[in-house]
Design a protein around this ligand. Structure first.
Ligand code: GLN
Length: 502
């Protein structure tokens, strides 16, 4: 492995010990981005100068004997809905084009304090509404494993940046699956923490009762370190849990002996056979590691998608009312204030965002409120109760992350409902506010382009159950290597058989 291309923890250790410089590590990644991101389009903005300046200051601190922090000199990519002071933050919407936040998200300050170096802002579905990154106003990101496929969404740029080797770490936001689903489709680790674990201060709001920031990484250990850095109480976010982040790194090697793990029946319904196969292999591997694994029913999770697509648009319609042509970003001049407001929003928002605002406004309107929004909230409560009942018998649950592997660009854009179905496995835990993560676990069947795309297995845990979740995630990661090897062996054998038969 190239010395500069190490996983985050090793890279930080090498930089802290002075073995390699932060500047050389950052330069290496910037040059990779410059040569290869034209075809992937993970970034909407690369911060060459800022990154090199930050890396220089890390090196200066190492030289004077200071400790620059656990992520010293580690390049990181940020989803472009995280506020960076003085640096354009667009949510990949025309309406915020050119807007420079006067303040910084708490996670960004925590990253800088830990020595991480922000190298750029990544592409997303406009205002994080989507499952493919095709709803960005600034172009589509491509899946590094197959450029004709989507990277998933909405944090597709962050997932692709890590999968392409542009940065060992990235941050995304997850409202209904936007970290986990792209992580699965791009073959990287993605974590949605418990609601309230990570400060949302400076995350541009989509659906405030669901939004959470979380890590992307190439390994469970790197994701744990990143979550330790960004997590923990923040008085600037009223929903922030007043507890310190536990050490997750310590739990990783503990295995799953004696754990009780449930396979969520409802979330396995209708998933493609290649994904289902990997999930059952994951169950067998957990049993092999000494856990008891049983199927469990979380009945109300069947209605998760319907409830989510009322609650999230309802909150979005309210949150996005602030883009009025007066306070942020673009303005389309008109004869009076109301006309200006209409013209700005008509020109500034894309089709999916307008669809959500209309759906949400309708669900909240007098006469329909109880039938739609109120009912969705009741379903949300049932989902929480059903999960809590399952956790009386199980320490953690597993499920597929996405019903399919990465799909062709353009194949779901004509049918919003089909696109929404991409989130069927991730929204239930979002509605419950529980933590969940996606761990790469082998690959799917060979696609039309002769490529086997990554599969992610989802690990779910009760609220504040990150330690358990990471323990299971680390175990699955350790056995996934064997799965990858057996896939390679199978492919070789079938090649050998074909050439013998042919
Ligand atoms: N794909 C889901 C949606 O479009 C989830 C988005 C997200 O988590 N930000 O709402």
């Amino acid at each position: 492995m190239n010395a500069l291309n190490k996983p985050a923890i090793e890279l930080a250790a090498a930089i802290r010990s002075g073995e390699i410089s932060a500047v050389s590590a950052v330069e290496a990644r910037l040059s990779e981005i410059a040569t290869r991101d034209a075809e992937i389009a993970a970034f909407v903005q690369v911060l060459n100068e800022e990154a090199l300046a930050a890396a220089t200051s890390v090196d200066d601190r190492v030289a004077t004997g200071e400790d620059p922090g656990p992520l010293a000199g580690v390049p990181i990519a940020l989803k472009d809905n995280l506020c960076t002071r003085g640096i354009p933050t667009t949510c990949c919407s025309r309406i915020l084009e050119g807007w420079k936040p006067p303040y910084e998200a708490t996670v960004v300050s925590r990253l800088r304090n830990a020595g991480a170096v922000v190298v750029g802002k990544t592409n997303l579905d406009e205002f994080a509404m989507g499952s493919s990154t095709e709803n960005s106003a600034f172009g589509t990101t491509r899946n590094p494993h197959d450029l004709s496929c989507v990277p998933g969404g909405s944090s597709g740029g962050s997932a692709a940046a890590v999968a392409a080797g542009f940065t060992p770490l990235a941050l995304g936001s997850d409202t209904g699956g936007s970290i986990r689903q792209p992580a699965a489709l791009c073959g990287v680790v993605g974590v949605k923490p418990t609601y309230g674990r990570v400060s949302r201060y400076g995350l541009i709001a989509f659906a405030s009762s669901l939004d959470q920031i979380g890590p992307f990484a190439t390994s469970v250990a790197d994701a744990a370190t990143l979550l330790e850095v960004i997590g923990g109480h923040d008085p600037a976010d009223s929903t922030s849990i007043p507890e310190a982040m536990p050490s997750l790194s310590e739990c990783l090697g503990r295995g799953v002996e004696g754990m009780r793990i449930g396979l969520v029946a409802e979330l396995c319904d209708g998933v493609s056979s290649d994904v289902a196969r990997r999930v059952s292999e994951a169950s067998e591997a957990l049993a092999g590691g000494g856990a008891t694994v049983e199927e469990v029913s979380v009945p109300a999770s069947r209605f998760g998608l319907s409830a989510y697509y009322l609650i999230a648009p309802a909150e979005a319609s309210s949150n996005l009312a602030r883009y009025d042509g007066v306070r942020y970003g673009m303005r389309t001049e008109s004869s009076n204030a109301v006309e200006m407001n209409i013209a700005t929003r008509t020109a500034g928002f894309g089709e999916e965002v307008k669809r959500r605002i209309m759906l949400g406004t309708f669900a909240l309107s007098a006469g329909y409120y109880d039938a739609y929004y109120g009912k969705a909230l009741k379903v949300r409560t049932l989902i929480i109760e059903d999960f809590n009942r399952a956790y009386e018998h199980f320490d953690a649950l597993i499920a597929p992350t996405s019903p399919t592997t990465a799909f062709e660009i353009g194949s779901r854009t004509d049918d919003p409902l089909e696109m929404y179905l991409s989130d069927v496995c991730t929204v239930p835990s979002s509605l419950a506010g529980h933590p969940a993560m996606s761990v790469p676990f082998g690959s799917g069947d060979v696609n039309e382009n002769n490529i086997c795309l990554p599969v992610g297995v989802q690990v779910l845990a009760p609220a504040m159950g990150e330690e358990t979740m990471f323990r299971v995630g680390a175990f699955l990661e350790s056995v996934a290597v064997n799965v990858a090897e057996s896939v390679a062996r199978e492919a070789l054998t079938s090649e050998a058989l074909t050439s013998r038969d042919g």
